[in-house]
Design a protein. Structure first.
Lengths: 499, 436
């Protein structure tokens, strides 16, 4: 059942790459494949028992047992929302790709390969299997940036490759360190989850993993690849980069950092919360200073990923479910923002804040795109009624009791989000459209549909947040409960019991 | 009615050093401010025709308001033109015309009648529903033009004697007679008149401007219809010919009297008698061009100005919010509410212009703006005709052998074009064909 999510797109990639399919139909074929994967994921979601915190639909095939590598898949409340996000955003990315994409065979094959690999990473129940899938998407992404990117794509792609390769090496080192120090014979997640290593060693291994996943998320100061890469990548690719790939880093941090080293995690909690706060404030303040709207959104992404770390570091049931919700919310919001920025760039020919103006003009501007940009900015700034508010509110509400200062500073960061989005929207959408340059091509429905779908989901989940958190609530609650003895909540519970 | 370009005489005068030297040389050669291209000609003629149809409604309704609605304190139905005014014969069209400019009928244009019948929705509904749905001719545009003329009084004085007359005792006495007759048997309104006589007189002055503009447009509508017909027949081939048709028309009709009569219970009250000698050119056409094309007011549209920050000129004659400066984007500025006129014109575009707009920018989606810019081009051509007419009336022929006379002509042209030096002016833009 789960294998379909991995192998159907990968087989699709092989078919598109090597079979003599008509070039004119490649986008349609890819859309069909990704649509089928999305439907399959939704069916899986329908079948998923969200009261069960454990792995479901498990698949196990012995593979290279002497190496401890087995084909071991499973899905729980942590991975399910991200699987859905991956399937959905892949479909959106393919839909939003241009009909005139050069070398479409390779482009769509790589997108499908990435989709399958990311699904594999989310589903892998074996550390080495996770690492393999984690690394598989590296080269496709490198090619997607280097071939179909914009200005400075070569530089950006190389930087991305180096950073991500180092990230992979650190993660592998962390996994191997865990295996060697525990003497385990298998990379199976469940056998390693109950390790009893000394706290110092745990902290060391966790630190290595945090650095590895921190590059992927990314967290300050490991983020410098992100602005260049996001700016250089084409819209469909950046939707996948920001919407899915960054979540892989956050997922890995939660699954393997928190899941394998809970004691060390709690010990490092204050430091992690502070790290999150630095990322949030840094991302927001640097975003304010940007003149390029794509770069501004890229820096906003750095800031918003910090909320996930804050929620995870606080380790309360509410903050953890907020962290998962933030992953989904951020993926959706970033996807719509990058899509809209891509449309603006394609139509107006610039992303410069000093040049853009008056796009809300109903006849010669991009009124619907501007309206959706306003909605996306509001969602990103955490305006109530939209999905961004729900996720941030859960994180803040859950974290305040544990790290009040860091939480308050992150709330300030959220306020700064409103500042740079007001700057962006004010300069881009409002004001007077200069009729000397306002001969922009019309926005086609094909270009509007992805943004409209994303906007509807952002609005729906903002109004009906139970559809956002119900899938992960039991898993996150169980995760917190499993490490209760050393958490703040446990202290409180113990006090109550003692009384 | 065709005129050929006068050959420029470069040997007699050195080239102009003005910012718009090329355009000045073109004017000196008898040309227009608008470049003479077939594309420009097609645009301006198509727009003249699209403008003339609603204008046929504007002039009739302006006269109806001035003559019949008069001081009705609740003029809710002033835009509901009675059949009598739809059938009112235009003095410059039809078999019985004083001077037949257009070869068509003197009563309301057939396209106008059809539109009034079914509107844009192409369905016959009660007139009130069409009105409330704004599926009608936007008289608000015509009234805005009238108010611009009324607000910018004293233009072209002392040549324009109309304004000064509105402040004379004779005018006040005439207005007083009409006011008392109109409110006869209405002690409330008569009492108010007793208390606030100036307010009522001022209202009558405004109504005199309704009549003024109505009489002006009564001439322009058949002029534009005829130009459109001539173009369709292949008899207007250049922008210069179109401009000269207007110049010839201006002189042919210059002496048409401007007056204001009111019909009250079947009796005719002459507030401004024809015998006063106010003429179409000096008392209507020139003030209209000045007020509507150049000046108007900065408080229309969606852009607001901060007068305290000196964003609005201190002197009215420095105002520059007319169509020659207008940003025809819906968000932006224009002295007249251009979107209303553009909306009206859109209903009557000739098919060749619709096809033309479909091929550019966003096709039908932004036709409103494209036609607004065509309107701007066409009004630069009308302004060129006015400038050439003024030069003819006040100065010297373009082929005058006396260099001093040519220098005077050039000075005149340069002064006229100085008004387009400000950045808002669209004169630079209309030189480019891709300004749409």
């Amino acid at each position: 059942m789960l294998s379909t999510l991995i192998w159907f797109p990968i087989l699709g990639a092989i078919a598109i790459g090597f079979l003599p399919l008509p070039v004119a139909r490649l986008k349609l074929i890819t859309l069909t494949i990704t649509g089928a994967v999305l439907l399959w994921t939704l069916w899986l979601m329908h079948q998923f028992d969200f009261n069960n915190p454990l792995f479901q639909f498990q698949e196990y095939i012995p593979w290279l047992e002497p190496l401890g590598l087995n084909y071991d898949l499973g899905v729980d409340g942590l991975s399910l929302p991200l699987l859905v996000l991956n399937s959905f955003l892949t479909w959106i990315a393919v839909y939003s790709s241009s009909e005139e994409t050069p070398r479409p065979r390779l482009f769509y094959a790589l997108i499908l390969l990435v989709s399958g690999a990311v699904a594999g990473a989310f589903l892998a129940h074996n550390l080495l299997l996770f690492f393999l899938f984690y690394e598989v998407e590296l080269i496709p992404f490198f090619l997607l940036i280097a071939i179909w990117g914009g200005e400075n794509r070569g530089y950006a792609a190389t930087k991305f490759l180096i950073y991500t390769a180092v990230s992979g090496a650190l993660i592998l080192a962390g996994f191997l360190g865990l295996i060697w120090s525990t003497g385990a014979s298998s990379f199976a997640y469940e056998s390693l989850a109950g390790q009893t290593l000394p706290l110092g060693l745990q902290i060391l291994l966790l630190g290595v993993l945090l650095l590895g996943f921190g590059v992927k998320i990314p967290l300050v100061p490991l983020h410098t690849w992100l602005p260049d890469t996001y700016v250089a990548a084409s819209s469909p690719v950046v939707i996948l980069l920001g919407g899915v790939l960054a979540k892989l880093g956050a997922y890995g941090m939660l699954r393997f950092g928190l899941g394998l080293f809970p004691e060390a995690w709690v010990t490092l909690g204050p430091g992690l919360a502070t790290w999150a706060t630095v990322s949030v404030l840094y991302g927001a303040t640097v975003a304010i200073a940007q003149k390029d709207i794509k770069r501004m959104v890229a820096y906003s992404s750095i800031g918003h990923m910090g909320y996930i770390l804050l929620g995870a570091a606080s380790l309360t049931a509410l903050s953890l479910v907020g962290a998962v919700a933030q992953m989904v919310a951020h993926g959706l919001i970033l996807a719509i923002l990058f899509h809209l920025v891509g449309v603006v760039e394609a139509k107006v020919g610039t992303r410069e804040l000093d040049v853009l103006n008056g796009l809300m003009n109903p006849i010669r501007g991009l009124p619907l795109v501007s309206a959706l940009l306003v909605l996306s900015g509001m969602a990103s700034a955490g305006i109530p009624g939209l999905v961004g508010f729900i996720a941030e509110f859960l994180v803040f509400q859950g974290s305040y009791s544990v790290f009040p200062l860091q939480t308050l500073l992150c709330v300030v960061g959220s306020g700064l989000t409103a500042v740079y989005f007001v700057i962006l929207l004010n300069r881009t959408c409002f004001g007077r459209l200069d009729n000397a340059i306002a001969y922009f091509p019309k926005v086609e429905w094909r270009e509007r549909v992805p943004a409209l779908i994303l906007a509807i989901i952002i609005l729906f989940l903002g109004i009906q947040p139970t559809w956002l958190v119900r899938w992960s609530e039991s898993t996150t609650t169980a995760t917190v409960a499993a490490i209760l003895p050393i958490s703040t909540e446990q202290v409180a519970v113990q006090k109550i019991i003692q009384q | 009615m065709t005129t050929t370009l006068v050959s420029p005489s470069p040997t007699q005068l050195p080239p102009s050093t003005h910012e718009f030297a090329d355009i000045i040389h073109r004017l000196e050669a008898g040309g227009s401010m608008l470049p003479d291209t077939s594309e420009n000609l097609m645009q301006i003629i198509g727009i003249y025709k699209a403008y003339a149809v609603p204008m046929d409604f504007y002039w009739r309704d302006l006269l109806y308001i001035a003559e019949r609605v008069f001081l009705n304190p609740l003029p809710a139905f002033k835009y509901f033109l009675p059949k009598e005014y739809l059938d009112l014969p235009n003095h410059y069209a039809g078999d019985d015309a004083d001077l037949r400019i257009w070869r068509g009928e003197a009563s309301a244009h057939p396209e106008l009648l059809e539109f009034m019948n079914k509107g844009e929705i192409q369905q016959k509904l009660p007139r009130l529903l069409h009105h409330l749905w704004h599926d009608r001719i936007n008289m608000e545009f015509a009234e805005a033009c009238m108010r611009a003329m009324f607000w910018h009084r004293r233009m072209y004085a002392p040549v324009n004697k109309f304004d000064a007359y509105l402040d004379t005792d004779e005018y006040k006495a005439n207005a007083d007679r009409a006011i008392r007759a109109y409110f006869e048997g209405n002690p409330v309104m008569l009492g108010l008149y007793k208390l606030f006589p100036d307010m009522f007189i001022e209202q009558v002055r405004q109504l005199s401007y309704y009549a003024n503009l109505g009489l002006f447009w009564e001439v322009m509508a058949p002029v534009f219809f005829e130009m459109s017909d001539l173009y369709d027949e292949g008899k207007l081939k250049t922008v210069v010919e179109a401009m000269n048709f207007l110049v010839d028309g201006i002189f042919a009709i210059a002496g048409r009297p401007i007056y204001h009569h009111v019909q009250i219970r079947g009796e005719d009250y002459e507030i401004i008698s024809k015998s006063k000698g106010f003429t179409w050119l000096y008392e209507a056409a020139l003030p209209y061009v000045e007020a509507v094309f150049y000046r108007t007011s900065p408080f229309r549209g969606t852009k607001s100005y901060n007068a305290q920050a000196r964003q609005v000129p201190a002197k009215q004659q420095d105002f520059h919010y007319g169509i020659l400066y207008a940003d025809v984007f819906p968000i932006g500025t224009a002295g007249i509410p251009p979107t209303l006129l553009m909306q009206d014109m859109m209903h009557f575009l000739p098919s060749y212009l619709v096809e033309y707009y479909k091929q550019h920018c966003r096709g039908e989606d932004d036709m409103l703006i494209q036609l607004g810019i065509s309107f701007q081009r066409s009004m630069y051509n009308v302004t060129s005709a006015v400038i050439q007419a003024l030069r003819t009336a006040l100065l010297y022929p373009l082929d005058d052998p006396n260099p001093n006379h040519l220098t005077a002509n050039r000075q005149f042209f340069e002064e006229q074009l100085d008004r387009f030096k400000r950045p808002e002016a669209r004169l630079r833009d209309i030189q480019r064909q891709d300004y749409r």
